[in-house]
Design a protein around this ligand. Structure first.
Ligand code: V47
Length: 354
């Protein structure tokens, strides 16, 4: 333990064994080291953006047990949007000042690859300045399997059709045994990382998520972070790490433990310490609630994600995020916490300090 503290004091990189020892430290000890790094990188700034989530379909060929959004599981309302419906949403949200459209779909085998990708082209042609964050590695893998396209082909089409950056979804938990139990058949961990690597090699950026609080153990979270850290050493293409707290309603997983605030904050602090090469740690308010996401800003996180406007994935699992949040709430909460509200774009360029 003495060696570990010395390494933390010196901000030396931790190996797997040392990273796993972090769980034994008190939350406030972890917070001290996480906050040191957070303040070095971002000072008192808390980032957020004005974004809109669109989930064009919930009909899914994959059968992830943690998911309450997919229609053929417990959600009784299957849907698929037309491109006209999607552009209408984009028109309305752009008029309100939204700068990023975040598009994530289920894996619908009754569509064509054009249905997926022409959404981006349609938006980009009308709104060239809007940032399109779309296509998780799981969707890319699905198009590859369904339409016999290589990852490279799908990625080239994404670039051609106007995708600006990739969201971090589909990572779940990389440990193969756990993955097999919660989302068998979906993109493998190896391929998730391979797809992001290919995307980064095109000079593009992406995010990385981690779904926790289900049947994984703490050591699996560390393993997940270390696999991301290794890829980031190679490519430096990840903008943000986003630990997603699993929302348990309407799922097919029987999990006894419930993530309490301390465990969530420990996970945030540890990710800030272990992921020494990923600049931003996002406390995604939709999965931990606005209040805890604000508290997380004092435990290593520096970002809250965005206004979202309509949230369908986590809210299907019980989160109170269905209607998003307005910018003023972010700003007021951040100021109340004596931190500095900074609206950013999708790639963390600062747009406005309040
Ligand atoms: O991959 C599904 C997760 C992800 C549940 O990149 C659940 O900026 C909690 O990736 N409880 C999709 N999580 C969302 C996503 C995302 C969200 C916000 C920002 C960004 C970004 C990416 O949602 C899936 C899966 O891991 N998920 N069901 C659930 N019940």
């Amino acid at each position: 333990m003495k060696n570990l503290i010395t390494k933390l004091e010196n901000q030396s990189r931790l190996n797997e064994e040392e990273a796993n020892q972090l769980w034994d430290l008190d939350l406030f000890v972890l917070a001290k080291y996480a906050q040191k790094k957070r303040f070095e990188l971002h000072g008192k700034k808390v980032y957020f953006n004005a974004n809109r989530h669109i989930n064009p379909t919930n009909i899914c060929a994959d059968t992830c047990k943690f998911c309450a959004f997919s229609a053929h599981r417990k959600n009784p309302n299957p849907y698929i949007m037309t491109h006209e419906e999607i552009i209408k949403i984009v028109d309305e949200t752009v008029a309100r000042g939204t700068k990023e459209i975040h598009i994530v779909s289920a894996h619908n085998k009754d569509t064509t690859w054009q249905w997926y990708l022409e959404i981006f082209k349609m938006i980009k042609e009308k709104y060239p300045k809007i940032h399109i964050k779309a296509m998780t590695a799981a969707e890319i893998d699905f198009l590859h399997r369904r339409f016999n396209m290589s990852y490279e082909e799908v990625i080239n089409k994404m670039l051609e059709y106007g995708v600006d950056s990739m969201p971090g979804g589909g990572a779940e938990i990389f440990d193969e045994k756990i993955r097999n139990k919660i989302c068998k058949g979906k993109v493998s961990s190896e391929n998730w990382l391979k797809i992001h690597k290919l995307w980064h090699q095109k000079g593009k950026q992406s995010n990385a998520t981690m779904l926790f609080g289900h049947i994984e153990e703490r050591k699996h979270r560390i393993d997940h972070m270390l696999r991301l850290r290794a890829l980031q050493d190679e490519t430096n293409g990840f903008n943000a790490f986003i630990p997603l707290v699993w929302q348990r309603n309407n799922s097919f997983i029987q999990a006894d433990k419930i993530m309490d605030s301390e465990e969530i904050l420990k996970t945030i602090s540890i990710s800030r310490i272990v992921l020494d090469n990923i600049k931003n740690i996002k406390a995604y308010w939709a999965t931990m609630g606005l209040n805890l996401a604000m508290v997380a800003q004092e435990f290593g996180a520096n970002d809250l994600d965005g206004t979202i406007e309509k949230e369908s994935i986590q809210s299907a699992g019980g989160a109170k995020s269905a209607n998003g949040v307005n910018l003023k709430t972010f700003i007021d909460m951040i100021k109340t916490s004596n931190l500095i509200p900074v609206e950013r774009d999708s790639l963390y360029n600062e747009l406005k300090t309040y």
